[in-house]
Each structure stands twice: as structure tokens, then as C-alpha cells.
Design a protein around this ligand. Structure first.
Ligand code: SF4
Ligand code: SF4
Length: 348
């Protein structure tokens, strides 16, 4: 009895994980960068990152007996073209990870099944915590230490075999599992992501200023989108994939494609038009977002984003549609302010 690294990886693959590696719990030097990043104000309004900084600095703050971290990667890339180049300004850009089912729920179920298998195989009790994105752990650092991939200049973990369209998750445990070698940085002299970012949010290789990042501004940001960034929002209705779409390790959207039904675009999110989304009722949008990762932003913030994107669309029908739609969230002051900006831009 006992969990071997080989059996664990085989079981992870059987449960639908595409990548699995094991890292030792240690004071990895990259973990220290997080506090410096916070001190520079790059977390923008994500106060929870400041509150959990001590725990994020060391997983032993979360689980004192922790010895290893099992890092897992799940490809979510669906077989659809990229939108960065030749983008249709009237089509809503939604980050690929949010097209299908909410990954938190889907992957947590798989993680729980893997942990159950570990407990039944270990032959001894052990302590563990399993997280999908939401835990106070620097999962990208552990993914790199576990050999899943390196942290690219775009701050995403890039697998040399599968690219960066991957969900990360991990099991922190008190078992002394056999660990893997860390992944080597393979960005080399490439700077495509830094050059392609429409807002200059990648202020240095591997350093993201969330205050300027469209993913932050259209998802986590609860307030107004700064006026100086609204034009750069372009047709982005939720999140941004530009710095991943231009990455040579993701060169074709077919590089690593998932057939998992969980990540396929749901009806209404398969290349939706901005206008069609805007003209839905609040209840219809709630139904669309139910069970999707997009519910994090909610209907009100989605409308705010749609207003900005429609303002950038040059669609002659957009101004009238923005002013004429009368759902409760359209009358929200936050949304009204963005609608006024958009109508002003559309009417020149
Ligand atoms: S997600 Fe978009 S805005 Fe954010 S760093 Fe990448 S390219 Fe820039
Ligand atoms: S685009 Fe180039 S620099 Fe940016 S993450 Fe990909 S390989 Fe690294």
C-alpha cells in the first residue's frame, strides 16, 4: 500500500486531468515576489489578496503538516478560432475559460475523487486540502515547481506540450510523495504578449498591473471602468485572451483542444453578438450565466461591459438599443454611466 507518483498520475489522467506533477513544499524563491507585487499596488481592488498574503506566502500557513503539492492541469481550449486578429467588433469577446461550465464545480468534483482515491490507497491517514483557484495558494508557482509548465511573460503557466489554455488546481498534502523537476522557462527572447496587450498591463516580463488589465477591469472590478481604458476594452464583454492568443506556444487554437463537454461553449456564448446579448432581459442573462464561470461578474457588471463594447462597435443600431432597453440593471447608475459614454462615442 502507499501512493506512488506513477499511480497518482495514472489516476489523475483517468479522472480527466491532462497534466499532473508533484512539488515539494518549500520556501521557493518565486513565492516572495507576490508580496512585492502587492506592495506595488498591482492587485488593484482585489483586497482579498492582501488579506490572505501571509497564507499565500507559505502553504504551511494553511496546512502545517504539508509536505508536497500535487499540481493538476486541465485543458479547456474548445475548437473555435481565436478572436484577436481580424476581430469582429460587433461580436462579444468572452474569455475561453468561461464559455462552458463553471470550472470550480467541475474540477472540484474531480479533485475530490482523486483525494478519495489517495486516501483509500495510502494505507495511512494523512492531511490534505484541495483547491480550484479559490484557495490561498500561489498555484502558478507550485505548478512550475511541479513541472507542469513555466510562468510565462504573460503570467500564465505554459505547458511545453499543451500550451496555456489550462485550469490549474492542486492538492496540498502531508504525504512525502516523489517530486518532479521544476519546468524550465522557455519564453526566450519572445515579447509578443507584452507588445500585444492593448493596455500595457504587462509592465515587465511576468509582471501584471491588474489596474490596467482587461480581465480585471471586466470581471473583478466592481466599479466603473476608467474612461482612459474604455476604448482599449474593444469588444471584450468578459475577460481577455489576447496575451494567450498571440503566444507561440498556443500558436493555433487547435494546439491542445479539449473535447470535454464541460468546456464546450454553451448556447448563447458561442460567438454571441454584442447587441443580441444586450437586448436580452435580465432574467434571460441570469439563466445564461447560471452554472457558468461568468456568474462571478453578474448581470450588472456584464451590462456595464456590454455598454462599453457596444460603444466601441460602430454598430449604427447600437446607440438606439442602448438607450431603448429598459431592464432593471439598465437603470443601475453604474450601467447608466457607461451607456451614456457609449452613446456619446457612437454619435461622435
Ligand atoms: S489579459 Fe489582456 S489586458 Fe490583461 S495582460 Fe493579457 S492582453 Fe493585457
Ligand atoms: S508570447 Fe512569448 S513572451 Fe509571452 S508568454 Fe508566450 S512565449 Fe512567453
Amino acid at each position: 500500500m502507499g501512493v506512488t507518483s506513477t499511480d497518482l498520475k495514472r489516476q489523475a489522467a483517468a479522472l480527466g486531468f491532462d497534466l499532473c506533477g508533484i512539488a515539494p513544499v518549500a520556501d521557493h524563491s518565486r513565492l516572495r515576489f507576490f508580496r512585492e507585487w502587492l506592495d506595488r499596488g498591482y492587485a488593484a481592488g482585489m483586497d482579498y489578496l492582501h488579506r490572505s498574503a501571509d497564507r499565500r506566502a507559505d502553504v504551511r500557513q494553511v496546512l502545517p503538516s504539508a509536505r508536497t503539492v500535487v499540481s493538476l492541469g486541465t485543458v479547456y481550449n474548445a475548437d473555435r478560432p481565436y478572436t484577436t486578429r481580424d476581430a469582429n467588433p460587433r461580436q462579444a469577446a468572452v474569455a475561453r475559460y468561461a464559455w462552458g461550465d463553471d470550472y470550480h464545480a467541475v474540477i472540484q468534483e474531480r479533485l475530490d475523487a482523486l483525494l478519495l482515491w489517495m486516501r483509500s490507497t495510502a494505507g495511512e491517514p494523512f492531511e490534505a486540502r484541495a483547491y480550484v483557484d479559490t484557495g490561498p495558494v500561489q498555484e502558478r508557482v507550485y505548478a512550475q515547481q511541479a513541472g507542469i509548465g513555466w510562468i510565462g511573460k504573460n503570467t500564465c503557466v505554459i505547458s511545453p506540450r499543451l500550451g496555456s489554455w489550462i485550469f490549474l488546481s492542486e492538492i496540498i498534502c502531508s504525504l512525502d510523495l516523489q517530486t518532479d523537476a521544476p519546468a524550465l522557462d522557455q519564453c526566450g527572447s519572445c515579447t509578443r504578449c507584452l507588445e500585444a496587450c492593448p493596455t500595457g498591463a504587462l509592465v515587465a516580463p511576468g509582471v501584471l498591473d491588474s489596474n490596467r488589465c482587461l480581465s480585471y477591469l471586466t470581471i473583478e472590478n466592481k466599479g466603473s471602468i476608467p474612461e482612459e481604458e474604455r476604448e482599449a476594452v474593444g469588444h471584450h464583454a468578459y475577460g481577455c485572451d489576447i496575451c494567450q492568443e498571440v503566444c507561440p506556444w498556443n500558436l493555433s487554437h487547435k494546439t491542445a483542444v479539449s473535447q470535454d463537454p464541460a468546456w464546450q461553449p454553451r448556447d448563447g456564448l458561442d460567438a454571441p453578438s454584442l447587441l443580441e446579448l444586450w437586448e436580452r432581459t435580465d432574467d434571460e442573462l441570469r439563466v445564461l450565466l447560471k452554472g457558468s464561470a461568468m456568474k462571478r461578474a453578474g448581470v450588472r457588471r456584464l451590462r456595464r461591459n456590454l455598454a462599453v463594447a457596444l460603444g466601441n462597435s460602430s454598430d449604427p443600431a447600437a446607440a438606439e438599443a442602448l438607450e431603448g432597453h429598459d431592464e432593471p440593471t439598465c437603470r443601475d447608475p453604474l450601467v447608466e454611466e457607461h451607456v451614456a459614454w457609449a452613446v456619446g462615442r457612437l454619435r461622435g
